[in-house]
Write a protein that binds this ligand. Structure first.
Ligand SMILES: *Cc1c(COP(=O)(O)O)cnc(C)c1O
Length: 379
């Protein structure tokens, strides 16, 4: 039934072998920078590649400051702590996301509250957020109280799903009205813009990931971006050991996290960042090819939302129902074309099953019908 799709993907990637969902590409200065790094002996968490990466990342995204971390989860964790998320607080997020978003909330001993996504972006819906806030929340003494649970809503974490920007300006306006800190999970959206501005730079803080499956990778890695100098300084202090600055004395005035990215990972990442524009162009071409193929074959394909520029990190088709989705997954995977369903909704997981939820129709529909298809940069 999906033979033409399989044939198209095979011809597009020009191989008879297994086609993975997303592979990294090392076509630039990766080896050179890694050997420079080894020769210099600076392989650990202090080194010129870390500083260079942070500078380039800030330039690329247009954020004033960037702080590198060991992975995207730790970037989110620190960003939430910097947004003053305290034990017992609530953080609004979307149920359709990767587990890392909710893990970071849980590390703060806070609880997630799940609000629906939009169908056209797969990211947090400003309309659903507005309905939720109007129904459950009031502002008291400049803090947002959830009348239903009695807790404080401290932050909101929208996620730019598969690199498609969500309607972040409308979300930001609501967060401002309700005194909720906006922290963007931009783990999947390096190179994606909303109304010309880079994703991750709309909120108080943004978090990126450079895991092996992301658009560029440092093996493992992440980054916090912010325009606030004090928060950037605090991010650096907390991702290290919370050391009181002194030339030789070791004194620490809070618990630190040792979340700093090693120089060896940053060396890889600087080389990857140099090729990001090539990757973006290549991925856009692939998505355009997919788009015309699926249009001719009457299969819904996820395209860039309006007023946005997507990095097209992971391509996605939307099947008609769960049964058709299962047939698609079965057929493609048994024939060596890797595809996978979108994540199980967070509110269904054991750890978060008691979390408060808004109406989640769109998330449930997408959960049943969305499948990711091979999306690597083609060489
Ligand atoms: C990849 C990803 C993260 C961070 O993952 P790490 O593996 O910790 O770098 C966070 N949120 C989302 C939505 C992601 O896709």
């Amino acid at each position: 039934m999906f033979a033409p799709t399989i044939e198209f993907i095979r011809s597009t990637f020009n191989t008879t072998e297994l086609i993975p969902l997303h592979e990294p590409r090392f076509i630039g200065n990766e080896k050179q920078y890694l050997s420079e790094c080894i020769d210099s002996t600076f392989v650990s968490s202090v080194g010129p590649f870390v500083d260079d990466f942070e500078k380039r990342m800030a330039e690329y995204t247009g954020a004033r400051y960037a702080v590198a971390t060991v992975n995207g989860t730790s970037a989110l964790h620190i960003a939430l702590l910097l947004a003053d998320v305290q034990p017992g607080d609530e953080v609004i997020t979307q149920p359709l996301t990767f587990i890392a978003t909710c893990n970071a909330i849980a590390y703060c001993n806070a609880t997630p509250v799940f609000v629906d996504v939009d169908k056209d972006t797969m990211g947090l819906s400003p309309e659903a957020l507005k309905l939720f806030l109007q129904r459950h929340c009031v502002v008291e003494n400049s803090t947002c109280k959830n009348k239903t649970t009695g807790k404080t809503v401290k932050a909101c974490v929208p996620m730019h799903t598969f690199g498609h920007p969500c309607k972040i300006d409308a979300i930001k306006a609501l967060c401002d009205d309700y005194h909720i800190a906006l922290v963007e999970d931009a783990a999947e959206s390096l190179g994606s813009y909303y109304k010309g501005r880079h994703t991750g730079t709309f909120g108080k803080l943004g978090a990126f990931s450079f895991n092996g499956n992301k658009i560029i990778t440092s093996g493992g890695g992440g980054c916090i971006v912010t325009d606030d100098e004090a928060l950037a300084k605090k991010a650096k202090y907390m991702t290290t050991t919370a050391k009181v600055p002194h030339q030789w004395e070791y004194t620490h005035d809070r618990v630190g996290y040792n979340y700093r990215m090693p120089n060896i990972n940053a060396a890889l990442l600087v080389a990857q960042l140099e090729n990001l524009d090539i990757f973006l162009e290549n991925k856009r071409e692939l998505s355009m090819a997919y788009q015309s193929f699926f249009a001719e074959n009457n299969i819904a394909f996820m395209t860039e939302p309006s007023e946005s520029q997507s990095n097209y990190w992971l391509n996605a088709v939307i099947l008609n129902d769960r049964a058709e989705r299962d047939r698609f997954l079965e057929e493609t995977n048994t024939q060596g074309v890797m595809t996978r369903p979108v994540w199980t909704l967070m509110n269904r997981l054991e750890m978060f099953k008691d979390a408060q939820c808004g109406h989640l129709e769109n998330s449930q529909w997408l959960e049943a019908c969305v499948v990711n298809i091979p999306s690597s940069v083609r060489l």
